[in-house]
Design a protein around this ligand. Structure first.
Ligand code: CXF
Length: 370
């Protein structure tokens, strides 16, 4: 079928084109995309930090409605509302162990441009392959995806807000709920109050952390962090975060820190603010190297520094929980989101980069009504 998509070519970051999309195979689902979040990882593909073969259709925070399900598909049917998650193999050790975020095939399945059949369902009219991204490519009006990429959600919830649950918001909340798994009453610090950091903060509140400390360089974001549950805020332009955090935690330091910026100096601060045996989780994609002394900055305080992908989550387990939290007001994503038309994609990326919008969401189906 023909679809409209924003194509990333060698010449242009985004060009609206008509493409051909393959019908779903037996284990695949055709989804009409309603909306798609814009995530920092899309931008890291544009700047070459995490390359994807071009031409490509980016976008990996899609939400939509099932149009057709392949003959072997059992978890969704035509008309179901779905959030699209990342691609995972389902058969490696980590997938079988309940950690699809740690899928051993994560990079080829999500960044090579091809799916598990080593194919892409996207083509130009002159039969050139177009890379599929994260097994979905949600900057297009329809997507043909593997069944494991779709998570059924209830029909009452406004689908336009749910796409980011498939990546950024799952990464932030899953890192806290699954990976750090803090006990109630433990201290938590988030460095960076973008969509990932704030979803980690909301999850820390759900988990019962206290204190919850947010660190950033923008006062407006810190105010929002307070509204969402931060008990303390620190503008690291004006205060030394590690010293201030020690003060707040009676001289001991925090049990947990969550690093979302990718800035080496910030990562070091996220280690230095911890108490003995504390843990820092990082999810950031950054370009610059970090130099640190393994003995003094890590070992001597028995610290753990761990990288986390996609919140150590199985999307089918975490996303429905997040939707429940969204509906009962404990995960107020609407406070982070701003809607854009697909044609304004460049503006959406620009606003995300300059910090004026925390989570841009592109509307692909203008007719959709919640
Ligand atoms: C990505 C981050 C880089 C590794 C794969 C998963 N997460 C979200 O965009």
């Amino acid at each position: 079928m023909e679809i409209q998509a924003m194509v990333t070519t060698n010449e242009k970051d985004f060009e609206k084109q008509t493409l051909l999309l393959d019908d779903p195979k037996a284990d695949e689902v055709l989804v009409k995309i309603v909306a798609s979040g814009v995530c920092h990882t899309d931008a890291t593909v544009l700047d070459g930090t995490l390359p994807v073969p071009r031409p490509a259709v980016l976008g990996h925070e899609g939400s939509g409605i099932v149009v057709k399900a392949g003959s072997n598909v059992t978890t969704v049917q035509e008309g179901d509302h779905v959030v699209l998650g990342f691609a995972y193999c389902g058969h490696c050790h980590n997938c079988l162990d309940g950690n699809a975020g740690g899928c051993e095939n994560m990079m080829p399945l999500n960044f090579s441009g091809r799916n598990k059949h080593n194919e892409t369902p996207l083509h130009t009219h002159d039969h050139q392959d177009v890379s599929q991204f994260f097994g979905q490519s949600s900057f297009g009006t329809y997507a043909t995806v593997d069944e494991k990429n779709v998570v059924k959600v209830d029909k009452e919830t406004d689908l336009r807000y749910l796409g980011p649950f498939g990546c950024g918001l799952m990464t932030g909340s899953g890192t806290v709920l699954n990976s750090l798994a803090p006990a109630p009453g433990t201290s938590f610090v988030v460095f960076g109050t973008g969509a990932v950091g704030l979803s980690g903060l909301m999850a820390a509140k759900i988990a019962g952390c206290d204190p919850i400390i947010a660190v950033d360089i923008h006062d407006s974001r810190l105010e929002l962090a307070k509204e969402l549950g931060a008990t303390h805020i620190i503008n690291s332009k004006h205060e030394n975060p590690a010293e201030k955090i020690k003060e707040i935690t009676e001289g001991k330091g925090a049990h947990y820190s969550f690093e979302t910026t990718g800035v080496p100096e910030v990562t070091l601060a996220a280690l230095h603010c911890l108490r003995v045996k504390g843990t820092c989780a990082t999810v950031a994609v950054g370009k610059r190297d970090l130099t640190f002394n393994v003995t003094n900055d890590l070992m001597i305080n028995a610290l753990t520094l761990k990288g986390v992908i996609e919140g150590d989550a199985v999307p089918q387990l975490l996303i429905p929980k997040l939707v429940k939290f969204f509906k009962n007001g404990r995960f107020p994503v609407e406070k982070l989101a701003k809607f854009y038309e697909l044609e304004d994609i460049e503006q959406a990326f620009e606003d995300s980069k300059n910090g004026s919008t925390i989570k841009p969401i592109l509307i692909l189906d203008k007719e959709y009504r919640a």
